[in-house]
Design a protein around this ligand. Structure first.
Ligand SMILES: NC(=O)c1ccc[n+]([C@@H]2O[C@H](COP(=O)([O-])OP(=O)(O)OC[C@H]3O[C@@H](n4cnc5c(N)ncnc54)[C@H](O)[C@@H]3O)[C@@H](O)[C@H]2O)c1
Length: 442
């Protein structure tokens, strides 16, 4: 099968490399010439575990190539995936579909013979209809089926998720297109990943409903953490007590500084906008967005409360900047709002992240970036863990204590427990785990 992947970012590049690994011939296209130049020189533009090896193997075996010129690979392709960005539109929070529609116009101009055009980008309901209209208007002669095939991979575990997905959603009413999609993903459902065939609009909405639901789980446990803190309960045990119930499940029940990243915030906003356009209230999603926005700055107030409500002149060391571990992605990372709020309150911020500092420097310029967790703590008045990278889970607290000015650890991911930390003489603050003097009894 000949495949053209339009857009070679986190999703396009991983999907393209994995599809090549299944044995398809894939050309990854991106209009960012620097990205393509790097890829052609063996340099991946993103940090994603396992991706460099996957790209190297498939380019060596000539199943995977890269270009910034779209016409030839599209003309030669049986299937063309659109995997371009759909960020929030400035001003109103709708998904900005300009990249998708621009890609559709370019594809229309280049298409030759029966081709299936697949939207892998996360797009609001009805976008597939519009992509089909654009292509048919530009090329009434073209034999095209437009399919929705939303992607559910998680950054940091993207290759695993692409190769072992819980399900593959294919939205199309066209029999030929369904068959072709079945061929593309055949290696996966042989591994028992079910393909769910739906209408195009249904597939588009499944993706938003999934992200809206996961965001709701996170926002829910975050609020329960706040309540646990006040009533003297332990949110870790509550999450376990909830998660052991199979109807609920244990995933996405980890309290934290608020969800971020390139998907949940923008997709929740776009889902809400779509619902408003159709006159359907989605009050749960609305509340989730508000609660999450408020939470990010509330975390800075939590830090300041440890210092008696004032951060003026304090130096705060922040460990972890990316929105989650194992990625360099800083899009809408909670660290951005948190650090900005700490600075607004008068703190100076030092920071370390294993992969995200280059991206972080673009959005957080007034931070002292350090080359490791211990140098980050040098002379600091307190340490805040924002992202739960593996290497922060077993810090040498004796070494840390020698370097930090004041042994305070504020753990916004609950990767330590009071007991671990007390032994080393740190004052420890986690989420949703009250110390007895903090309990308010009514
Ligand atoms: N990142 C994730 O974890 C994830 C997971 C599931 C779904 N998604 C969805 O997948 C889509 C892509 O997300 P991403 O994170 O990969 O974005 P990204 O910004 O990393 O990559 C998009 C790429 O598309 C390129 N591009 C834009 N217009 C183009 C055109 N006309 N021709 C060629 N290249 C073009 C850009 O240069 C960029 O490199 C979004 O809709 C996103 O919501 C993302």
């Amino acid at each position: 099968m000949h495949i053209a992947m339009i857009g070679s970012g986190y999703v396009g590049l991983v999907s393209g490399a994995c599809l090549a690994d299944f044995g398809h011939h894939v050309v990854c296209v991106d209009k960012d010439a620097d990205k393509i130049r790097g890829l052609n020189n063996g340099k991946s533009p993103i940090f994603e575990p396992g991706l460099d090896d996957l790209i190297a193997r498939n380019t060596r075996e000539r199943r995977l190539t890269f270009t910034s010129e779209l016409a030839t690979p599209v003309a030669e392709a049986d299937a063309v995936f659109i995997a371009v960005g759909t960020p929030s539109r400035r001003g109103d929070g709708h998904a900005d579909l300009s990249y998708v529609y621009a890609a559709a116009r370019e594809i229309a101009a280049a298409i030759a013979g029966y081709t299936v055009v697949i939207t892998k980008s996360t797009v609001p309901v009805g976008t597939g209809d519009e992509v089909a209209r654009i292509i048919h208007e530009a090329r009434p002669d073209a034999e095209v089926a437009v399919v929705s095939n939303p992607e559910f991979l998680r950054e940091g575990a993207a290759i695993h998720d692409f190769k072992l997905p819980d399900r593959i959603v294919v939205g199309s009413e066209d029999e030929h297109a369904r068959k072709l999609m079945g061929e593309i993903y055949r290696p996966l459902y042989l591994n028992r990943s079910p393909i769910l065939y739906t209408s195009r609009r249904t597939a588009e909405l499944i993706k938003y409903a999934a992200n809206g639901f996961l965001a709701t789980k996170i926002a829910f446990i975050n609020e329960i953490a706040d309540l646990a803190e006040q009533v003297g309960a332990d949110v870790q045990d509550i999450a376990r007590g909830l998660g052991l119930d199979n109807r609920i499940g244990s995933k996405f029940l980890h309290p934290g500084p608020g969800f971020g990243g390139s998907c949940f915030p923008k997709d929740a906003r776009a889902l809400l906008k779509t619902a408003q356009d159709y006159g359907v209230p989605l009050r749960i999603v609305e509340a989730v967005i508000t609660a999450n926005d408020i939470r990010k700055r509330a975390m800075a107030r939590k830090v300041s409360s440890v210092f008696g409500g004032s951060l003026r002149g304090k130096v705060i060391a922040v460990l972890g900047l990316t929105f989650k571990p194992n990625t360099d992605d800083m899009r809408e990372a909670p660290s951005i709002s948190l650090i900005t709020a700490l600075q607004d309150m008068g703190a100076k911020v030092r920071a370390f992240d294993p992969a995200g500092m280059e991206q972080a420097k673009l959005v957080l310029p007034d931070v002292t970036y350090c080359d490791g967790p211990y140098s980050c703590a040098d002379g600091a008045d307190g340490l805040v863990i924002v992202t739960e990278w593996e290497q922060f889970r077993a810090l040498d607290l004796e070494q840390m204590k020698q370097r930090i000015a004041c042994p305070i650890l504020i753990d916004l991911r609950n990767i330590y427990s009071d007991d671990d930390i007390d032994r080393h003489g740190f004052f420890y603050v986690g989420l949703g785990r009250a110390t007895p003097d903090k309990i308010v009894r009514l």
